[in-house]
Design a protein around this ligand. Structure first.
Ligand SMILES: [Fe+2]
Length: 194
């Protein structure tokens, strides 16, 4: 996405710290081996603002980390929390953490459900890009995974994280390149001849 090394490092650190606010949430809710109810979920939803409170006073070289923690559950369409921000109000770093977090949630087993297939995950990204996820972020992410699975990149970050076999299905490169092509179209502003 054209970010410098320092900025990338800052986002990486935000990735480690974004959920630190969960420290203030009842542990039984965090570790619940079942889907939590509405009341528990509103308790859990305190964690981004709490994370901001924890991180903001810390003097560190990555200025935006507290805001990335605060806004990693915002959505482009304003239906996220804690502040219901819309697209351009959400820091790009928070959008990146948000996608990484959601992708991780979808591709990790939970006590009450298995992780979703990659085909299903791509379907989810396609459906929620532009309302929940930022088009540019999803496109960059899909490109990065595609480069790994085709061997164009020597990086193995995503493939390693997902474990053996998950991305080995023959249809994976097609799923990704179709997604990227569709997102390219979405980038063209309405009414502008291409
Ligand atoms: Fe979170």
């Amino acid at each position: 996405m054209g970010w410098g090394e320092d900025e990338v490092e800052g986002i990486q650190i935000a990735g480690y710290l974004h959920d630190v606010g969960k420290l203030v949430v009842d542990r039984n809710i965090i570790n619940a081996p079942y889907r939590i109810d509405a009341k528990q979920s509103s308790e859990l939803n305190r964690h981004p603002a709490a994370g901001y409170e924890i991180l903001a006073p810390i003097n560190h070289p990555y200025a935006d980390i507290p805001l990335m923690a605060k806004y990693h559950h915002e959505r482009l369409d304003g239906r996220g929390y804690p502040d219901g921000l819309v697209d351009e109000q959400i820091p790009m770093g928070a959008k990146i953490v948000s996608l990484a977090d959601s992708f991780d949630a979808m591709t990790t087993d939970r006590p009450y459900r298995r992780r979703r297939s990659f085909e299903d995950v791509v379907r989810d990204l396609r459906k929620n890009t532009g309302t929940q996820f930022d088009v540019k972020v999803v496109r960059a992410f899909a490109r990065a995974i595609l480069k790994e699975v085709t061997g164009e990149s020597k990086e193995r970050r995503v493939t390693k994280m997902l474990g053996k076999g998950y991305l080995e299905d023959a249809q994976v490169p097609t799923l990704l390149s179709d997604l990227i092509a569709d997102l390219e179209e979405q980038r063209t502003p309405v009414g502008v001849a291409s």
